[in-house]
Each structure stands twice: as structure tokens, then as C-alpha cells.
Design a binder for this molecule. Structure first.
Ligand code: ZN
Length: 299
């Protein structure tokens, strides 16, 4: 990492989530100097609290935002940095980037929470040393991104790999809970899907191999999509379900069967899946890294 004047910088980082915003002032070595957790209510109220938090602290050099989606990340779009249509009341089309940039008065970068996490894992987490890093979070939803040489892969906008169609496992007649697709991956394998399928809080299913083996069979189908779409070096799992201690190993076992010996990747397919390294800080650290990129661009 480039030192120089950046080593004296401080960064504002915001991880915007569906239930809470996490705002932090971070050092040049990406340690948290001060942070606040703010409930996600209405957009104006929530962002006002974020701006007030930062206003009480040392002025940051730049702001990085890692936001829930869907988010317009096409810089050429007039809606760049705004939420797209979201079931979250009041947030559709809200201009999150503009609002925080104007409120803080510093340059600002924005990406999705999973893009930020993928970049953070590549630079500082379990993806260090690899050029192509997939990151999947499995929790209240399923989000997935890939960072290629430290930059999120995008087309016109960010990818939505959590909503891929999947092949139903024999004997599973659960209808799925995605409000858009029913039985897409998120509809079949997110935390709320597990809770509904088994009629039980996932935290109380710890000892149930059948629950987690079925979960792994669904998540492995996403790894197959990764392998054949992006040829990643590694796919990292995070989030409340994804970071369970044995989840990555279970998924890895299923991946070998799913790929069936057919590989277009030079990666070692028996070591494709690992647990993410930065835990719940991945998105926030990724946000700070994007703020650091802005400052680095000045040098
Ligand atoms: Zn879906």
C-alpha cells in the first residue's frame, strides 16, 4: 500500500444497511477511531443522524459509502448513487450519495455493501494474495460480488448474484420466499428462508446436519456460477449464516460434486471456498478503502 501523505489521512466510512447504518471515522490504517450505529428509519432522518455524527468529529478527507442495494452505481446515470426500486419504504430513488456528500462537504465514493466487502477481503482479509476474489454474504438476504485485482466487477450496474435461479434439491418442496422470484437462491437459502422452511430460528438448528447440508447444496450452486462466470481464485463466505464455522467446508464438499471435474479455472477447485476473514467489519473497511482511493488519486 502506498504511504506518503495518505498516512496522515482520516476517512469517513458509512455502511448503509436495511436495518441500521454504521458510520465510522477511520484511520489511514483502517482502524476505527470512533463509530456510531444509527437505526434505518426514513432516509432524511437517518442521513441527518449520520451527518450529525461526523460533524462532531475531526473532519475526514473523504467519505466512502457501502450501501444496501439495489443501488445505481453507473456514474453516467443521472441517478448515480441513488437507491433503485427497493421494498424498503421511503428509500426507492433516494439520492444517498448526493445527500451525504453535500452534508459532509467532502469527496465521496459509493459502492454496494458486498462490493465493498469483496474489495476489503482482497486487500486486508482472507482474499489477500489472490487476484480474483468472490465474496458472498448469507444472512437476512444473499449478496454476492467479485473483486478483480481489487476492483468490483460490474456491467452497466452491479451484479445481483443472490437472485440466480437454482436447481431444486430432490425432496425439497419449500416454495421459497423471494418477493420477486419465489425460489431463487435468496428465496431458498437466506436466513429467513431457513427459518421458514424449518419453522425455527436458524440459531437453534446448530446440530442439524440435514439443515446445513441442504443449505450447502444451494450455496454450492452459486459457487459453480462464480467458477464458470468469473474463474475466481477464491470464494469467501460471510454473514450470519455464511460465516458459520463449518459452512465453507460444507459448501466446498458440494462444489466438487457440482463441478463434476469440469473446470475452466486454473484455481484449485478443492480449495475454492473459504470463510471470509474480516467478519462484520468487511463492508465498513471496504467503504474506507474507497475513500482512501480518492485521496490516493490526489497524490
Ligand atoms: Zn429473488
Amino acid at each position: 500500500m502506498n504511504d506518503g501523505p495518505i498516512s496522515k489521512s482520516v476517512f469517513a466510512a458509512v455502511e448503509a444497511g436495511g436495518t441500521k447504518f454504521r458510520a465510522a471515522l477511520m484511520s489511514a490504517s483502517f482502524e476505527i477511531i470512533d463509530e456510531a450505529w444509527i437505526p434505518t428509519t426514513q432516509p432524511i432522518e437517518t442521513t441527518e443522524a449520520v451527518i450529525a455524527f461526523f460533524s462532531s468529529l475531526q473532519r475526514a478527507d473523504a467519505l466512502g459509502i457501502a450501501s444496501f442495494g439495489p443501488l445505481v452505481v453507473d456514474p453516467e446515470s443521472p441517478n448515480y448513487g441513488s437507491l433503485a426500486d427497493t421494498p424498503k419504504p421511503g428509500w426507492s430513488q433516494f439520492g444517498l450519495l448526493r445527500r451525504l456528500q453535500e452534508g459532509l462537504g467532502v469527496p465521496c465514493a459509493i459502492q454496494t455493501d458486498v462490493e465493498a466487502a469483496a474489495v476489503a477481503e482482497h486487500q486486508l482479509g482472507a482474499g489477500q494474495g489472490f487476484s480474483s476474489v468472490g465474496y458472498v454474504t448469507v444472512g437476512t438476504g444473499i449478496g454476492a460480488a467479485v473483486a478483480i485485482d481489487g476492483t468490483p466487477f460490474r456491467g452497466r450496474d452491479h451484479t445481483e448474484l443472490g437472485h440466480i435461479p437454482i436447481r431444486r434439491i430432490d425432496g425439497d418442496d419449500f416454495e421459497g420466499i423471494c418477493p420477486f422470484h419465489g425460489d431463487c437462491l435468496e428465496g431458498m437459502a437466506s436466513g429467513p428462508a431457513i427459518a421458514k422452511r424449518w419453522n425455527c430460528d436458524p440459531a437453534q438448528l446448530d446440530e442439524r446436519d440435514d439443515v446445513w447440508d441442504l443449505e450447502a447444496k444451494y450455496l454450492a450452486q452459486l459457487v459453480r456460477v462464480y467458477a464458470y462466470s468469473f474463474a475466481p481464485d477464491i470464494v469467501l463466505f460471510g454473514g450470519g449464516v455464511g460465516a458459520r464455522p463449518d459452512m465453507a467446508q460444507r459448501v466446498q464438499k458440494c462444489v466438487a460434486a457440482d463441478l463434476a471435474g469440469y473446470s475452466v479455472s486454473h484455481a484449485q477447485n478443492d480449495q475454492l471456498v473459504k470463510r471470509a476473514g474480516l467478519g462484520s467489519n468487511a463492508g465498513l473497511v471496504g467503504a474506507a478503502l474507497s475513500a482512501a482511493e480518492i485521496v490516493r488519486g490526489w497524490q
